[in-house]
Design a protein around this ligand. Structure first.
Ligand code: GTP
Ligand code: MG
Length: 458
Protein backbone atom coordinates (compact mmCIF):
# COMPACT_ATOMS: atom_id res chain seq x y z
CA UNK A 1 0.00 0.00 0.00
CA UNK A 2 1.35 3.38 -0.95
CA UNK A 3 1.87 5.84 1.88
CA UNK A 4 1.19 8.79 -0.38
CA UNK A 5 -1.89 9.03 -2.53
CA UNK A 6 -0.51 11.22 -5.29
CA UNK A 7 0.40 9.97 -8.71
CA UNK A 8 3.80 11.41 -9.53
CA UNK A 9 5.43 12.06 -12.89
CA UNK A 10 8.83 13.23 -14.15
CA UNK A 11 11.17 13.13 -17.10
CA UNK A 12 13.62 10.35 -16.25
CA UNK A 13 16.30 10.91 -18.88
CA UNK A 14 18.71 13.87 -19.18
CA UNK A 15 17.33 16.91 -20.99
CA UNK A 16 19.03 17.19 -24.34
CA UNK A 17 18.64 15.82 -27.81
CA UNK A 18 18.76 12.04 -27.69
CA UNK A 19 17.26 9.15 -29.61
CA UNK A 20 14.86 8.31 -26.81
CA UNK A 21 13.61 10.12 -23.74
CA UNK A 22 11.53 8.60 -20.97
CA UNK A 23 8.71 10.14 -18.99
CA UNK A 24 7.63 8.01 -16.06
CA UNK A 25 4.61 8.03 -13.81
CA UNK A 26 3.82 6.17 -10.59
CA UNK A 27 0.70 5.95 -8.45
CA UNK A 28 -2.84 4.72 -8.40
CA UNK A 29 -4.00 6.97 -11.23
CA UNK A 30 -1.16 6.07 -13.62
CA UNK A 31 -3.15 3.58 -15.68
CA UNK A 32 -6.27 5.74 -15.99
CA UNK A 33 -4.21 8.76 -17.00
CA UNK A 34 -2.44 6.59 -19.61
CA UNK A 35 -5.81 5.44 -20.93
CA UNK A 36 -6.93 9.03 -21.41
CA UNK A 37 -3.89 10.21 -23.37
CA UNK A 38 -2.81 7.11 -25.32
CA UNK A 39 -4.15 6.11 -28.74
CA UNK A 40 -5.31 3.61 -29.84
CA UNK A 41 -7.47 3.65 -26.75
CA UNK A 42 -7.06 0.57 -24.51
CA UNK A 43 -9.76 -0.49 -22.13
CA UNK A 44 -7.29 -2.61 -20.18
CA UNK A 45 -3.54 -2.62 -20.07
CA UNK A 46 -1.70 -5.84 -19.26
CA UNK A 47 1.14 -5.64 -16.79
CA UNK A 48 4.66 -5.89 -18.15
CA UNK A 49 3.53 -5.30 -21.71
CA UNK A 50 4.70 -2.65 -24.14
CA UNK A 51 2.17 -0.82 -26.32
CA UNK A 52 2.91 1.07 -29.49
CA UNK A 53 0.85 4.18 -30.22
CA UNK A 54 0.59 7.95 -29.81
CA UNK A 55 0.25 10.43 -26.98
CA UNK A 56 -2.50 12.95 -27.74
CA UNK A 57 -3.55 16.21 -26.15
CA UNK A 58 -7.07 17.38 -25.20
CA UNK A 59 -7.95 18.11 -28.83
CA UNK A 60 -6.74 14.65 -29.88
CA UNK A 61 -3.72 16.22 -31.57
CA UNK A 62 -0.76 13.83 -31.77
CA UNK A 63 2.13 14.94 -29.54
CA UNK A 64 4.48 12.01 -30.12
CA UNK A 65 4.79 8.48 -31.38
CA UNK A 66 5.67 6.38 -28.35
CA UNK A 67 6.12 3.03 -26.66
CA UNK A 68 4.21 2.69 -23.43
CA UNK A 69 5.47 0.24 -20.78
CA UNK A 70 3.00 -0.87 -18.15
CA UNK A 71 4.08 -2.25 -14.77
CA UNK A 72 1.24 -2.92 -12.41
CA UNK A 73 1.52 -2.92 -8.62
CA UNK A 74 3.26 -4.51 -6.82
CA UNK A 75 5.73 -5.55 -9.50
CA UNK A 76 7.25 -2.19 -10.31
CA UNK A 77 10.14 0.02 -9.19
CA UNK A 78 7.96 1.85 -6.67
CA UNK A 79 5.61 -1.13 -6.08
CA UNK A 80 2.78 1.11 -7.33
CA UNK A 81 1.15 1.09 -10.77
CA UNK A 82 3.72 2.57 -13.11
CA UNK A 83 3.75 3.75 -16.69
CA UNK A 84 6.89 4.60 -18.62
CA UNK A 85 6.58 6.43 -21.90
CA UNK A 86 9.44 6.10 -24.38
CA UNK A 87 9.23 9.26 -26.45
CA UNK A 88 11.55 10.86 -28.98
CA UNK A 89 14.36 12.36 -26.95
CA UNK A 90 13.86 16.08 -27.50
CA UNK A 91 13.36 18.61 -24.72
CA UNK A 92 10.12 20.04 -26.12
CA UNK A 93 8.57 16.63 -26.77
CA UNK A 94 9.39 15.38 -23.28
CA UNK A 95 8.18 18.53 -21.56
CA UNK A 96 4.96 18.47 -23.57
CA UNK A 97 4.26 14.83 -22.69
CA UNK A 98 4.99 15.57 -19.02
CA UNK A 99 2.66 18.56 -19.06
CA UNK A 100 -0.14 16.38 -20.45
CA UNK A 101 0.35 13.94 -17.55
CA UNK A 102 0.19 16.86 -15.11
CA UNK A 103 -2.95 18.25 -16.77
CA UNK A 104 -4.55 14.85 -16.31
CA UNK A 105 -4.00 14.66 -12.58
CA UNK A 106 -0.40 13.63 -11.97
CA UNK A 107 1.83 15.80 -9.81
CA UNK A 108 5.43 16.69 -10.59
CA UNK A 109 7.75 14.30 -8.73
CA UNK A 110 10.45 15.62 -6.45
CA UNK A 111 14.07 14.54 -6.96
CA UNK A 112 14.46 10.91 -5.89
CA UNK A 113 10.76 10.51 -5.18
CA UNK A 114 10.35 7.29 -7.19
CA UNK A 115 13.15 5.71 -5.15
CA UNK A 116 11.69 7.19 -1.97
CA UNK A 117 8.40 5.45 -2.78
CA UNK A 118 10.27 2.18 -3.36
CA UNK A 119 11.77 2.65 0.10
CA UNK A 120 8.58 3.76 1.87
CA UNK A 121 6.69 0.89 0.29
CA UNK A 122 9.32 -1.54 1.60
CA UNK A 123 10.73 -2.84 -1.67
CA UNK A 124 14.24 -1.63 -0.83
CA UNK A 125 15.88 -0.53 2.40
CA UNK A 126 17.79 2.66 3.04
CA UNK A 127 21.19 1.18 2.17
CA UNK A 128 19.81 0.07 -1.18
CA UNK A 129 18.17 3.45 -1.79
CA UNK A 130 21.50 5.17 -1.16
CA UNK A 131 23.13 2.69 -3.53
CA UNK A 132 20.75 3.77 -6.32
CA UNK A 133 22.14 7.33 -6.23
CA UNK A 134 25.67 5.98 -5.96
CA UNK A 135 25.29 3.61 -8.92
CA UNK A 136 24.14 6.55 -11.03
CA UNK A 137 27.08 8.74 -10.02
CA UNK A 138 29.76 5.99 -9.94
CA UNK A 139 32.93 7.34 -11.47
CA UNK A 140 34.87 4.09 -11.85
CA UNK A 141 34.05 0.46 -12.50
CA UNK A 142 35.25 -0.44 -9.04
CA UNK A 143 32.92 2.12 -7.47
CA UNK A 144 30.12 0.72 -9.59
CA UNK A 145 30.83 -2.82 -8.39
CA UNK A 146 30.67 -1.80 -4.72
CA UNK A 147 27.45 0.17 -5.28
CA UNK A 148 25.85 -2.69 -7.22
CA UNK A 149 26.65 -5.05 -4.37
CA UNK A 150 25.00 -2.64 -1.99
CA UNK A 151 22.02 -2.24 -4.30
CA UNK A 152 21.57 -5.98 -4.50
CA UNK A 153 21.27 -6.01 -0.72
CA UNK A 154 24.55 -7.71 0.24
CA UNK A 155 25.48 -5.10 2.84
CA UNK A 156 21.90 -5.07 4.13
CA UNK A 157 22.05 -8.85 4.49
CA UNK A 158 25.13 -8.64 6.70
CA UNK A 159 23.50 -5.96 8.86
CA UNK A 160 20.28 -7.96 9.13
CA UNK A 161 22.31 -11.00 10.17
CA UNK A 162 23.82 -8.99 13.03
CA UNK A 163 20.39 -7.74 14.00
CA UNK A 164 19.10 -11.33 14.16
CA UNK A 165 21.96 -12.34 16.45
CA UNK A 166 21.23 -9.41 18.74
CA UNK A 167 17.54 -10.32 18.87
CA UNK A 168 18.49 -13.88 19.78
CA UNK A 169 20.66 -12.54 22.58
CA UNK A 170 17.78 -10.33 23.64
CA UNK A 171 15.44 -13.30 23.79
CA UNK A 172 17.89 -15.23 26.02
CA UNK A 173 18.06 -12.20 28.20
CA UNK A 174 14.31 -11.68 28.37
CA UNK A 175 13.95 -15.26 29.67
CA UNK A 176 16.25 -14.31 32.53
CA UNK A 177 14.09 -11.28 33.32
CA UNK A 178 10.92 -13.39 33.31
CA UNK A 179 12.39 -16.31 35.27
CA UNK A 180 15.19 -14.88 37.35
CA UNK A 181 15.53 -17.99 39.48
CA UNK A 182 16.00 -20.43 36.65
CA UNK A 183 18.22 -20.16 33.66
CA UNK A 184 15.83 -21.51 31.05
CA UNK A 185 17.87 -20.02 28.26
CA UNK A 186 20.39 -22.76 28.86
CA UNK A 187 23.18 -20.66 27.51
CA UNK A 188 26.41 -19.86 29.28
CA UNK A 189 27.93 -16.44 29.73
CA UNK A 190 30.78 -17.60 27.51
CA UNK A 191 28.38 -18.44 24.69
CA UNK A 192 26.75 -15.03 25.00
CA UNK A 193 30.14 -13.35 24.94
CA UNK A 194 31.01 -15.34 21.85
CA UNK A 195 27.90 -13.96 20.09
CA UNK A 196 28.87 -10.43 21.12
CA UNK A 197 32.44 -10.91 19.93
CA UNK A 198 31.24 -12.24 16.58
CA UNK A 199 29.04 -9.19 16.13
CA UNK A 200 31.94 -6.93 17.06
CA UNK A 201 34.17 -8.65 14.52
CA UNK A 202 31.74 -8.09 11.67
CA UNK A 203 31.05 -4.46 12.65
CA UNK A 204 34.77 -3.81 12.91
CA UNK A 205 35.38 -5.19 9.44
CA UNK A 206 32.56 -3.09 8.01
CA UNK A 207 33.87 0.03 9.69
CA UNK A 208 37.35 -0.60 8.40
CA UNK A 209 35.91 -0.88 4.93
CA UNK A 210 34.33 2.55 5.32
CA UNK A 211 37.31 4.77 4.60
CA UNK A 212 38.14 2.77 1.46
CA UNK A 213 34.50 2.46 0.40
CA UNK A 214 33.82 6.16 0.81
CA UNK A 215 37.00 7.08 -1.05
CA UNK A 216 36.31 4.70 -3.92
CA UNK A 217 32.70 5.82 -4.30
CA UNK A 218 32.99 9.56 -3.60
CA UNK A 219 36.50 10.07 -4.91
CA UNK A 220 39.47 11.77 -3.33
CA UNK A 221 40.96 15.25 -3.60
CA UNK A 222 44.72 15.32 -3.92
CA UNK A 223 46.59 18.63 -3.64
CA UNK A 224 50.11 19.07 -4.94
CA UNK A 225 51.89 21.71 -2.86
CA UNK A 226 55.41 23.05 -2.69
CA UNK A 227 57.36 26.23 -3.25
CA UNK A 228 57.79 27.59 -6.80
CA UNK A 229 59.76 25.68 -9.38
CA UNK A 230 60.05 22.37 -7.51
CA UNK A 231 58.12 20.43 -10.19
CA UNK A 232 54.48 20.51 -9.05
CA UNK A 233 53.08 21.04 -12.53
CA UNK A 234 55.55 18.49 -13.91
CA UNK A 235 54.09 16.01 -11.40
CA UNK A 236 50.52 16.85 -12.42
CA UNK A 237 51.43 16.26 -16.05
CA UNK A 238 53.22 13.00 -15.21
CA UNK A 239 50.21 11.71 -13.24
CA UNK A 240 47.89 12.66 -16.09
CA UNK A 241 50.35 11.42 -18.68
CA UNK A 242 49.58 14.62 -20.55
CA UNK A 243 51.05 18.10 -20.97
CA UNK A 244 48.16 19.71 -19.14
CA UNK A 245 49.92 22.37 -17.07
CA UNK A 246 52.56 24.77 -18.33
CA UNK A 247 56.00 23.83 -17.06
CA UNK A 248 58.83 26.36 -17.22
CA UNK A 249 61.96 27.11 -15.26
CA UNK A 250 60.48 30.45 -14.21
CA UNK A 251 59.33 30.31 -10.59
CA UNK A 252 55.69 31.24 -10.28
CA UNK A 253 54.58 29.72 -13.58
CA UNK A 254 51.35 28.36 -12.15
CA UNK A 255 49.22 31.25 -10.96
CA UNK A 256 45.90 29.61 -10.27
CA UNK A 257 44.72 26.25 -9.09
CA UNK A 258 44.50 23.68 -11.89
CA UNK A 259 42.07 20.83 -11.32
CA UNK A 260 42.15 17.50 -13.20
CA UNK A 261 40.86 13.95 -12.74
CA UNK A 262 42.68 10.62 -12.77
CA UNK A 263 41.89 7.09 -11.65
CA UNK A 264 44.34 5.01 -9.63
CA UNK A 265 43.34 1.34 -9.22
CA UNK A 266 39.69 2.22 -9.52
CA UNK A 267 39.84 5.17 -7.13
CA UNK A 268 38.81 8.50 -8.68
CA UNK A 269 41.17 11.35 -7.78
CA UNK A 270 40.68 15.07 -8.33
CA UNK A 271 44.15 16.57 -8.48
CA UNK A 272 44.81 20.22 -7.65
CA UNK A 273 48.06 21.79 -8.83
CA UNK A 274 48.62 24.97 -6.88
CA UNK A 275 50.71 28.10 -7.15
CA UNK A 276 53.84 27.75 -5.03
CA UNK A 277 54.30 29.69 -1.81
CA UNK A 278 56.92 32.32 -2.56
CA UNK A 279 59.09 34.84 -0.88
CA UNK A 280 59.09 38.36 -2.28
CA UNK A 281 61.39 41.07 -0.97
CA UNK A 282 62.18 39.06 2.10
CA UNK A 283 58.51 38.42 2.96
CA UNK A 284 56.62 35.23 2.43
CA UNK A 285 53.78 36.18 0.13
CA UNK A 286 50.62 35.93 2.20
CA UNK A 287 48.31 35.29 -0.73
CA UNK A 288 50.36 32.21 -1.66
CA UNK A 289 50.24 30.97 1.92
CA UNK A 290 46.47 31.42 2.01
CA UNK A 291 46.05 29.58 -1.27
CA UNK A 292 48.19 26.67 -0.20
CA UNK A 293 46.42 26.54 3.13
CA UNK A 294 43.13 26.46 1.30
CA UNK A 295 44.21 23.66 -1.00
CA UNK A 296 45.58 21.66 1.95
CA UNK A 297 42.26 22.10 3.76
CA UNK A 298 40.35 20.90 0.70
CA UNK A 299 42.56 17.85 0.30
CA UNK A 300 42.08 14.31 1.48
CA UNK A 301 45.72 13.77 0.63
CA UNK A 302 48.60 16.16 -0.07
CA UNK A 303 51.71 15.48 -2.09
CA UNK A 304 54.41 17.83 -0.87
CA UNK A 305 56.99 18.32 -3.60
CA UNK A 306 60.55 19.37 -2.77
CA UNK A 307 63.51 20.13 -4.95
CA UNK A 308 66.40 18.13 -3.46
CA UNK A 309 68.98 20.19 -5.35
CA UNK A 310 68.26 23.19 -3.13
CA UNK A 311 68.71 23.43 0.64
CA UNK A 312 65.52 23.53 2.66
CA UNK A 313 64.62 27.17 3.01
CA UNK A 314 62.03 29.40 4.62
CA UNK A 315 59.54 28.78 1.80
CA UNK A 316 59.70 25.02 2.35
CA UNK A 317 59.40 25.51 6.08
CA UNK A 318 56.20 27.51 5.81
CA UNK A 319 54.64 24.55 3.99
CA UNK A 320 56.11 22.06 6.43
CA UNK A 321 54.45 23.99 9.27
CA UNK A 322 51.12 24.11 7.43
CA UNK A 323 51.29 20.39 6.75
CA UNK A 324 52.31 19.39 10.25
CA UNK A 325 49.01 20.73 11.57
CA UNK A 326 46.89 19.37 8.73
CA UNK A 327 44.73 16.30 9.30
CA UNK A 328 44.94 15.05 5.71
CA UNK A 329 47.15 12.19 4.60
CA UNK A 330 50.55 13.17 3.25
CA UNK A 331 53.16 11.84 0.90
CA UNK A 332 56.48 13.59 0.34
CA UNK A 333 57.96 13.64 -3.14
CA UNK A 334 61.66 14.56 -3.17
CA UNK A 335 62.11 15.62 -6.79
CA UNK A 336 65.12 16.31 -9.00
CA UNK A 337 67.36 13.50 -7.74
CA UNK A 338 69.21 13.77 -11.08
CA UNK A 339 70.87 16.90 -9.67
CA UNK A 340 73.29 17.29 -6.74
CA UNK A 341 71.43 16.30 -3.59
CA UNK A 342 71.28 18.92 -0.86
CA UNK A 343 68.42 17.41 1.15
CA UNK A 344 68.45 13.82 2.28
CA UNK A 345 65.58 11.53 3.14
CA UNK A 346 66.50 11.32 6.83
CA UNK A 347 66.14 15.06 7.24
CA UNK A 348 62.67 14.96 5.73
CA UNK A 349 61.73 11.99 7.89
CA UNK A 350 62.49 14.15 10.95
CA UNK A 351 59.76 16.55 9.87
CA UNK A 352 57.31 13.86 8.77
CA UNK A 353 58.05 10.71 10.76
CA UNK A 354 54.89 8.85 9.68
CA UNK A 355 54.82 9.83 6.01
CA UNK A 356 56.07 7.90 3.03
CA UNK A 357 58.90 9.74 1.31
CA UNK A 358 59.54 8.97 -2.34
CA UNK A 359 62.60 10.19 -4.21
CA UNK A 360 62.33 10.76 -7.92
CA UNK A 361 62.96 12.74 -11.04
CA UNK A 362 60.19 14.02 -13.23
CA UNK A 363 62.42 14.46 -16.26
CA UNK A 364 62.37 10.68 -16.73
CA UNK A 365 59.52 9.81 -14.30
CA UNK A 366 61.80 7.95 -11.92
CA UNK A 367 59.90 7.20 -8.71
CA UNK A 368 56.51 7.93 -10.25
CA UNK A 369 55.16 4.39 -9.91
CA UNK A 370 56.37 4.21 -6.31
CA UNK A 371 54.70 7.56 -5.62
CA UNK A 372 51.40 6.34 -7.11
CA UNK A 373 51.61 3.23 -4.96
CA UNK A 374 52.18 5.27 -1.82
CA UNK A 375 49.32 7.65 -2.68
CA UNK A 376 47.01 4.70 -3.22
CA UNK A 377 48.21 3.04 -0.01
CA UNK A 378 47.41 6.15 2.00
CA UNK A 379 43.86 6.27 0.66
CA UNK A 380 43.00 2.57 0.58
CA UNK A 381 44.75 1.35 3.71
CA UNK A 382 42.16 -1.32 4.29
CA UNK A 383 41.49 -3.51 1.30
CA UNK A 384 37.76 -3.88 0.91
CA UNK A 385 36.92 -7.56 0.89
CA UNK A 386 36.95 -9.81 -2.14
CA UNK A 387 33.39 -9.24 -3.12
CA UNK A 388 33.84 -5.50 -2.53
CA UNK A 389 31.18 -5.06 0.10
CA UNK A 390 31.86 -1.76 1.78
CA UNK A 391 30.29 1.08 3.67
CA UNK A 392 30.03 3.89 1.18
CA UNK A 393 29.02 7.09 2.93
CA UNK A 394 29.39 9.08 6.12
CA UNK A 395 25.86 8.40 7.32
CA UNK A 396 26.43 4.67 7.16
CA UNK A 397 29.78 5.03 8.87
CA UNK A 398 28.43 7.16 11.72
CA UNK A 399 25.52 4.82 12.38
CA UNK A 400 27.83 1.82 12.40
CA UNK A 401 30.11 3.58 14.85
CA UNK A 402 27.14 4.23 17.08
CA UNK A 403 26.42 0.50 17.20
CA UNK A 404 30.07 -0.42 17.58
CA UNK A 405 30.77 1.85 20.56
CA UNK A 406 28.12 0.10 22.60
CA UNK A 407 29.42 -3.42 22.06
CA UNK A 408 32.22 -3.30 24.66
CA UNK A 409 29.70 -1.96 27.19
CA UNK A 410 27.32 -4.80 26.42
CA UNK A 411 30.18 -7.27 26.70
CA UNK A 412 31.14 -5.93 30.11
CA UNK A 413 27.53 -6.08 31.33
CA UNK A 414 27.25 -9.73 30.32
CA UNK A 415 30.60 -10.58 31.82
CA UNK A 416 29.63 -8.89 35.11
CA UNK A 417 26.30 -10.71 34.97
CA UNK A 418 24.44 -7.52 35.90
CA UNK A 419 20.69 -6.96 36.01
CA UNK A 420 19.32 -8.48 32.75
CA UNK A 421 16.95 -5.55 32.35
CA UNK A 422 19.96 -3.27 31.86
CA UNK A 423 21.49 -5.73 29.44
CA UNK A 424 18.27 -5.68 27.43
CA UNK A 425 18.38 -1.90 27.19
CA UNK A 426 21.93 -2.07 25.89
CA UNK A 427 21.05 -4.70 23.28
CA UNK A 428 18.05 -2.67 22.15
CA UNK A 429 20.23 0.38 21.78
CA UNK A 430 22.53 -1.48 19.39
CA UNK A 431 19.57 -2.94 17.49
CA UNK A 432 18.15 0.55 17.04
CA UNK A 433 21.46 1.79 15.61
CA UNK A 434 21.34 -1.04 13.06
CA UNK A 435 17.69 -0.21 12.37
CA UNK A 436 18.73 3.34 11.64
CA UNK A 437 21.40 2.05 9.29
CA UNK A 438 19.02 0.02 7.15
CA UNK A 439 16.22 2.53 7.54
CA UNK A 440 13.81 0.64 9.79
CA UNK A 441 13.56 3.90 11.68
CA UNK A 442 13.84 7.20 9.88
CA UNK A 443 12.86 10.82 10.28
CA UNK A 444 11.24 12.98 7.64
CA UNK A 445 14.23 15.38 7.76
CA UNK A 446 16.68 12.60 7.15
CA UNK A 447 14.72 11.26 4.19
CA UNK A 448 14.30 14.73 2.68
CA UNK A 449 18.02 15.33 2.94
CA UNK A 450 18.88 11.97 1.50
CA UNK A 451 16.55 11.94 -1.49
CA UNK A 452 17.17 15.57 -2.42
CA UNK A 453 20.56 14.59 -3.86
CA UNK A 454 18.91 12.29 -6.39
CA UNK A 455 18.22 13.36 -9.93
CA UNK A 456 14.69 14.13 -11.03
CA UNK A 457 12.84 11.11 -12.31
CA UNK A 458 14.79 8.59 -10.17
N1 GTP B 1 66.53 18.64 -13.30
C1 GTP B 1 65.26 18.48 -13.10
N2 GTP B 1 64.37 19.42 -13.44
C2 GTP B 1 63.08 19.23 -13.23
C3 GTP B 1 62.59 18.04 -12.66
N3 GTP B 1 61.24 18.12 -12.55
C4 GTP B 1 60.90 19.33 -13.06
N4 GTP B 1 61.99 20.01 -13.47
C5 GTP B 1 62.06 21.35 -14.05
O1 GTP B 1 61.80 22.30 -13.03
C6 GTP B 1 61.18 23.45 -13.59
C7 GTP B 1 59.91 23.79 -12.82
O2 GTP B 1 58.95 22.78 -13.04
P1 GTP B 1 57.40 23.04 -12.81
O3 GTP B 1 56.73 21.74 -12.96
O4 GTP B 1 56.92 24.16 -13.65
O5 GTP B 1 57.44 23.50 -11.30
P2 GTP B 1 56.24 24.10 -10.41
O6 GTP B 1 56.50 23.63 -9.04
O7 GTP B 1 54.94 23.80 -11.01
O8 GTP B 1 56.57 25.65 -10.49
P3 GTP B 1 55.55 26.89 -10.25
O9 GTP B 1 54.34 26.67 -11.08
O10 GTP B 1 56.38 28.03 -10.72
O11 GTP B 1 55.29 26.95 -8.80
C8 GTP B 1 60.95 23.13 -15.05
O12 GTP B 1 61.99 23.71 -15.81
C9 GTP B 1 61.03 21.61 -15.09
O13 GTP B 1 61.44 21.12 -16.36
C10 GTP B 1 63.53 17.02 -12.30
O14 GTP B 1 63.22 15.94 -11.78
N5 GTP B 1 64.84 17.30 -12.54
MG1 MG C 1 53.46 25.01 -11.70
Amino acid sequence: MSLEQDTIAAIATPLGNGAIGIVRMSGSQSLSIAQRIFRPHKKHFLSHHIYYGHIVDKREEIIDEVLLSIMKAPHSYTTEDMVEINCHGGIIVLKKVLSILLENGARMAQPGEFTKMAFLNGRIDLLQAEAVAEVISAKTERALMICQNQLSGKLSQIVRGLREKLLLLLSYNEVMIDYPEEDYSNISIESKLKIVDDIYGVLDKLLQSASSGINIVSGVTLSIVGKPNVGKSSLLNALLNDERAIVTDIPGTTRDVISEYITLNGVPFRILDTAGIRKTEGLIESLGVERSKDSIEKADIVVFVLDVSRELDEEDKVIIDLLKNASCRKVIFANKVDLDKKINKEKLADFFPQCPIVEGCLLDNRGLDKLKKEIYGQIIYYNVNDSEIAVTNERQKKTLEKAMWEIPILRQHIEDNIDPALISIEIQFIVSALDELIGNVTTEDMLDKMFSIFCLGK
